[in-house]
Design a protein around this ligand. Structure first.
Ligand SMILES: Nc1nc2c(c(=O)[nH]1)N[C@H]1C(S)=C(S)[C@@H](COP(=O)(O)O)O[C@H]1N2
Ligand SMILES: [Mo]
Length: 549
């Protein structure tokens, strides 16, 4: 408390002025941005740039540690850093206006840079940033001027022991508001106390305005979400080729194993998009070009009119650690990419298709994979519904057998037929592999890690996958003992995962349950531990449980 009271009022006020002005800046930008596109909101653009420029190790750490909450963590961290910077800007501006202004404007150069470097940005995208910066500067000026003049030199005099006459003359900042009315009620109330009042009134007013503008901008942006509306109105056509009916018994016999078909709402989501791209299907175009005999453009209506195919395909993320949950199985409806390529007729020498999304993400998919007859789709439907916005509405790629980062481009708008030696994709530029076939994996879902279970018969179960090859066998081992075959649930084709169960006669104590899968082509999955970086994790999943006596 003592140290707090000894912070002179002008400094507290200056920091507050910076903080409030930063809020004004962002709120004004948000409001202006809501008139344009979501990508133009400076906060989002800043976050997106943050993501693009974060070192790979930190990004991996964030995904591994916070999973799907990684974006929330990013926003909170960004907020904290910005709050500190804003306070410093206020202090600077109080000392010398020009320096503070110059320090605020980087939220100038940085934000426009962030906005402009987003793929698909135009000059109009600068309007929100410029508007926000002007509002922020005005607010800063207004507030800094209301800080009592006499104390200006003091704030500049850094040392804690420096005298602070003007501030000390009135009550200390920690003394509470109760002291203020009495002191300022007299007719001669033109001293520091009145200045304080006037400062706080202005700061309060500006802060309130920022809240209103920010909230208003957010609501407005919401109203402009035509994508959500278009999705609601969309009726999917029937598939010309339906998915094979799922056989009975695809679900593991063990209770607690994930559903065989992942509901859309539970499907893992991984992408670099802070604001979910809002694409209007009416305006959507897919440009097909590059090393092809025929370049052309597809509209959404072209897809609706085409012969569509339905297929169960299990997606997996390359960042999924052994035993992790970044995998999901859905019934996709879409237009075969093979047809797209047949029309385009790739030229000799082409060996890759670079797919790019509306927000600049890109993936490099081997050309032959898209032509070998597997159900590689331009998907528009997921489990009988139009794609959810966060899963790529209106169109995404789904390619069985490849990790999402090299194949599953959401909000896809561009396909370039090219060569691996000529072009690289988003994650390849960040140290990940240029190719990404999915590795055979098995994960034990029940019992959960560190569960306590009663002795006796314990149901063990999980899910295994080896897209394109198919799961052949799963085995379980207790405490390094002999490997036992698990019971496989029914399979639904080589591109979907396969569940399993095993009844364990559990004796009291602490035990390690290890599982491993065989696929139909390469046999036993490798037990060699590997991190997700650069081309997917490997190793046998082990779960430690306690059996109670
Ligand atoms: N536009 C875009 N598409 C993308 C990504 C992305 O960051 N942006 N991430 C890819 C990755 S790494 C994965 S694992 C899958 C995840 O798809 P899902 O979010 O629908 O599960 O999307 C892929 N498609
Ligand atoms: Mo991924």
């Amino acid at each position: 408390m003592k140290t707090f009271r000894s912070i002179p009022f002008p400094r507290v006020a200056a920091a507050l002025a910076g903080l409030v002005s930063a809020a004004v800046l962002l709120a004004a930008a948000q409001l202006a941005g809501s008139w344009f596109r979501a990508a133009a909101s400076p906060l989002v653009a800043l976050g997106a740039a943050f993501i693009d420029f974060t070192p790979v190790w930190l990004k991996n750490f964030a995904v591994e540690t916070f999973g799907t909450a990684d974006k929330l963590v990013l926003f909170v961290a960004m907020g904290a850093v910005m709050a500190v910077l804003a306070c410093l800007v206020g202090l600077l501006a109080f000392r010398r206006w020009s320096r503070g202004a110059a320090a605020l404007v980087p939220l100038g150069p940085v934000m426009p840079a962030a906005v402009v470097t987003r793929a698909g940005a135009g000059v109009l995208d600068l309007v929100p940033t410029v508007a926000g910066t002007i509002a922020g500067l005005a607010s800063l000026r207004l507030l800094v001027r209301r800080i009592p003049e006499g104390s200006r030199g003091t704030a500049a005099g850094g040392g804690g022991g420096a005298a602070v006459p003007a501030a000390r003359g009135a009550s200390a900042p920690g003394a509470g508001a109760a002291a203020l009315p009495a002191a300022s009620s007299g007719p001669a109330a033109s001293g520091p106390v009145q200045s304080r009042r006037s400062f706080f009134a202005a700061a309060g007013l500006l802060a309130a305005a920022a809240v209103v503008a920010g909230a208003g901008g957010t609501v407005l942006a919401g109203l402009r979400r035509t994508a959500q509306e278009a999705r609601r109105m969309l009726r999917l056509p029937a598939a010309a080729t339906k998915a094979r009916e799922l056989p009975a018994g695809v679900q593991s016999a063990a209770d607690g194993v994930v559903p065989f078909v992942t509901p859309n709402a539970d499907f893992y989501r991984i992408d670099t998009a802070l604001a979910v791209p809002q694409l209007d299907p009416q305006a959507w175009r897919l440009r097909v070009h590059g090393l092809v005999e025929e370049e052309f453009t597809l509209t959404f209506q072209d897809l609706l009119d085409a012969e569509l195919k339905e297929s169960y395909v299990t997606l997996a993320c390359v960042s999924n650690p052994v035993g992790g949950d970044l995998a999901g199985n859905a019934k996709w409806l879409g237009y075969p990419l093979q047809q797209v390529l047949e029309r385009a007729r790739p030229l000799p020498g082409a060996d890759m298709v670079l797919s790019t999304s509306s927000d600049g993400f890109s993936a490099s998919t081997p050309l032959e994979v898209l032509r070998d007859g597997r159900d590689a789709l331009l998907a528009i439907g997921m489990n009988g519904e139009p794609l959810p916005l966060e899963h790529g509405f209106p169109v995404r790629m789904v390619v069985p057998g490849l990790y999402g980062f090299v194949s599953a481009t959401k909000w896809v708008v561009d396909l370039e037929v090219t060569r691996f030696q000529d072009r690289t994709a988003y994650w390849t530029d960040r140290g990940w592999s240029e190719r990404g076939p999915i590795k055979t994996a098995s994960r034990t879902e029940v019992p959960r890690p560190f569960a306590r279970v009663p002795a006796g018969r314990v149901a063990v179960g999980g899910t295994a996958w080896a897209q394109r090859r198919g799961i052949d066998r799963v085995q379980v081992q207790v405490d390094g003992g002999p490997w036992q075959d698990a019971v496989l649930a029914a399979g639904a084709g080589v591109d979907t995962w396969r569940q399993w169960s095993y009844t364990w006669d559990a004796e009291p104590g602490s035990h390690d349950l290890r599982g491993r899968a065989y696929d139909k082509v390469d046999g036993l999955q490798t037990g060699q531990r590997a991190d997700p970086m650069p081309d997917g994790a490997s190793g046998w999943h082990t779960v430690r449980v306690t059996v109670e006596g």
